[in-house]
Design a protein. Structure first.
Length: 300
């Protein structure tokens, strides 16, 4: 039995793709989108779309529309309406307030400069609360050991000492990714998360939040990330070029190769739509088992 077929058939599959609009879609993002799309379609499930626009300083004007247009050009069509995190602030704030009232979160006035020598937050403000009138971020309390059975990476486990109390609302009142992603997955009823290996280390924080909220965690599958020749992740931050829909046939074949799907020559010669449909039946995440990175040069 492949890992692709290990999901209980009686549970309706609901997956998602959730890009940040800090720039146009690049090849690494295309691979992540394709993986989550193929996984959803292979299980005859829903593939939802969410734009994670909760950090205005990092966002590029018009990037949300550019990303959605690129996905449509590559025929990665989503189900239902697009969710925008920027429209969820009231719901986020209500949850932060409830966590504080329950004693599960607390104000923190520590600056980055004060914490630069620490790899994990030393719980300074949990031990010594700041003055009531101080400008503070909000941190979530963590405790215990966190683990998942990842469909690609296998058993993953993190002790509390590697996680530490983490920020769910910043000092400038913007909401942190960890909070937003958990609440939005709940809102969209996501039960399957396929995303890049670079986000794996965020998982224990999300597990802690899920535990505090008495929510069931989704099943995770962390795919390898695409890296450049210098070893850097292919990303907007590292100035990865935007994908060009005029090259979509070749880019699809490269993205499939990154996911260990290699169509025969007669399949490669087919129309784009036919290759994409063929790929759904070929999807098998077990081929990616334990891989963390894939050099872009290997896909040329």
């Amino acid at each position: 039995m492949t890992q692709a077929s290990s999901i209980a058939p009686e549970i309706p599959y609901v997956g998602r793709f959730a890009p940040t609009p800090s720039g146009p879609l690049h090849f690494g993002s295309l691979v992540a989108a394709l993986a989550s799309y193929l996984d959803a379609k292979a299980h005859k499930g829903l593939w939802l779309m969410r734009i994670e626009d909760i950090d205005p300083p990092r966002e590029q004007p018009g990037a949300s529309d550019t990303i959605l247009q690129a996905l449509e050009a590559f025929e990665l069509f989503w189900d239902g309406k697009v969710m925008y995190q920027s429209q969820q602030n009231e719901r986020y704030q209500d949850q932060v307030d409830q966590l504080i009232q329950a004693g599960l979160a607390y104000p923190c006035q520590c600056s980055r400069k004060q914490l630069k020598e620490y790899t994990v937050y030393p719980n300074s403000c949990r031990k010594n609360p700041p003055p009531a009138d101080a400008e503070c971020a909000i941190r979530l309390k963590t405790e215990g050991i966190f683990s998942i059975e990842d469909r690609i990476q296998g058993h993953c486990q993190w002790p509390m000492e590697q996680v530490g109390d983490f920020i769910i609302q910043r000092r400038d009142k913007l909401f942190a990714y960890q909070l937003a992603v958990v609440l939005d997955d709940q809102e969209q009823r996501i039960n399957q998360v396929v995303r890049g290996y670079d986000i794996l280390e965020s998982t224990p924080r999300q597990l802690q939040l899920l535990k505090h909220l008495n929510l069931t965690p989704p099943t995770y599958a962390h795919i390898p990330v695409i890296v450049q020749a210098n070893g850097q992740k292919l990303s907007k931050q590292n100035l990865a070029p935007a994908i060009n829909s005029k090259e979509k046939h070749q880019l699809l074949l490269r993205a499939l190769a990154a996911l260990q799907i290699f169509p025969e020559r007669e399949i490669q010669a087919c129309a784009y739509s036919d290759i994409l449909r063929w790929s759904v039946d070929q999807w098998d995440p077990s081929r990616l088992a334990m891989k963390q990175e894939i050099p872009e040069a290997d896909l040329l």
